[in-house]
Design a protein around this ligand. Structure first.
Ligand code: LRH
Ligand code: MN
Length: 388
């Protein structure tokens, strides 16, 4: 029998970090549809993120993206966040939007451009010192579009050189999360295309170098939970950029496109000890709400992660282990499917009530009138976006 109290305790401990950029306008190359009430600066983004935490109780931190969230005083921004019961989380570097980076950032053939890109990464660590953030997330859009465009081996040497310099700069309680992505914006090679490449670079550096799994960054049909099991086994799973997709890097709400895959991932997280906060696995959302109301979508996304986690916690692991030991293929699969087919929504509603929250966070938020108030207040100024 599932120990309901243990499940509730684990769910209370789980924290899901929110991406500041999800509250701003976003879109595709075809169109960015502006929405009313969108924040105009990081202070307003944090106020919106605080709404998600107020109604879910499990998302007390906001990841920042530099320079999209550049401010004069990050210590003041941290105080602002604290005034909402929030803290500033992962610092995301951005070496993908400057003209100088057309042929790469830290892998660019031009040493002047490599220096510029590496200096940005080091500046992000300075910001971490001011915000008290533990994690620096490194995603490189670096790659090539045509065979022969550049020397693949040489680009890896350039990448390793930059990563080593950043690694040296990290404080004792800081680490970086290296993010891989199969393609886009480059379409022949990406310099960090897969978990193997990211892991090789991290193993070459040391314990402060970890890998982040963005669930939208794999080839269709990739068994992501296998990658999660392997990274946990290697002690190199730094965290997740959660979202979902039907085709490519769609950045849709996590669990919306493939809730069964999210469950399988959370089962491997549980199986590998990744739900223990001491292991330091960061659960982050990395999404774009191009057409849907952004704050409500973030609340729904947090709930989707909670539901997948609660189902994973409902797996009768002893029965599963016994069936696996006995080669009982159907029996073992049935244990997993029973957990997946368990309706955990009543348990989560009960838990929210015990946490003093409304059992239905989205409905409670929509009743709060917050959206109407920001639409009325946020008149004028430039709505936040990707600045692309
Ligand atoms: C790249 C990525 C990366 C972020 C960006 C917002 O596709 O997943 O994590 O910097 O999205
Ligand atoms: Mn990502």
């Amino acid at each position: 029998m599932t120990d309901i109290q243990a499940v509730k305790t684990a769910l209370r401990l789980q924290q899901i970090e929110l991406p500041s950029w999800a509250f701003g306008n976003s879109g595709t190359r075809f169109k960015v549809f502006a929405q009313q009430g969108v924040p105009r600066n990081p202070y307003e983004k944090i106020a919106d993120a605080a709404q998600v935490h107020a109604f879910t109780g499990v998302s007390p931190s906001v990841a920042l993206h530099i320079p999209w969230d550049q401010v004069d005083d990050f210590t003041d921004l941290a105080k602002h966040a604290a005034s909402y019961g929030m803290r500033l989380g992962t610092i995301n570097s951005n070496v993908f939007q400057d003209n100088d980076y057309m042929l790469g950032s830290v892998t660019n053939p031009d040493p002047r451009v490599r220096r510029k890109a590496t200096d940005h990464l080091l500046e992000c660590v300075d910001i971490m010192d001011a915000t008290g953030s533990r994690d620096l997330k490194l995603w490189f859009s670096d790659g090539t579009n045509y065979p022969g465009q550049d020397d693949t081996r040489e680009r890896q040497e350039r990448l390793a050189t930059a990563l080593a310099e950043v690694y040296e700069r990290l404080g004792d309680d800081q680490r970086f999360l290296l993010e891989y992505k199969l393609f886009e914006p480059a379409f022949y090679t990406m310099d960090v295309p897969d978990w193997g490449t990211a892991l090789v670079h991290c193993l070459a550096l040391g314990p402060k170098a970890t890998v982040v799994v963005d669930t939208g960054h794999h080839a269709p049909g990739t068994n992501i939970e296998f990658i999660v099991a392997m990274l946990l086994r290697a002690g190199k799973l730094g965290g997740f950029d959660f979202n979902s997709r039907f085709y490519a890097d769609d950045d849709l709400m996590v669990g919306a496109a493939d809730p069964f895959q999210l469950f399988r991932i959370m089962w491997e997280v549980r199986r590998g000890g990744g739900l223990d906060p001491a292991l330091g696995v960061a659960f982050m959302l990395d999404q774009c709400h191009n057409i849907e109301p952004k704050i409500a979508a973030q609340i729904r996304s947090v709930m989707n992660v909670q539901e997948a986690t609660a189902k994973a916690l409902s797996v009768d692991s002893d029965a599963l282990a016994a069936a696996q030991r006995n080669g009982d293929v159907l029996g073992a699969n049935a244990v997993i499917m029973d957990a997946y087919n368990t309706d955990v929504r009543p348990l989560l509603a009960e838990l929210r009530a015990e946490m003093g929250l409304d059992p239905d966070p989205v409905a409670a938020y929509q009743r709060s009138g917050y959206l109407e108030s920001i639409v009325a207040d946020r008149v004028g100024g430039a709505p936040a976006g990707w600045g692309a």
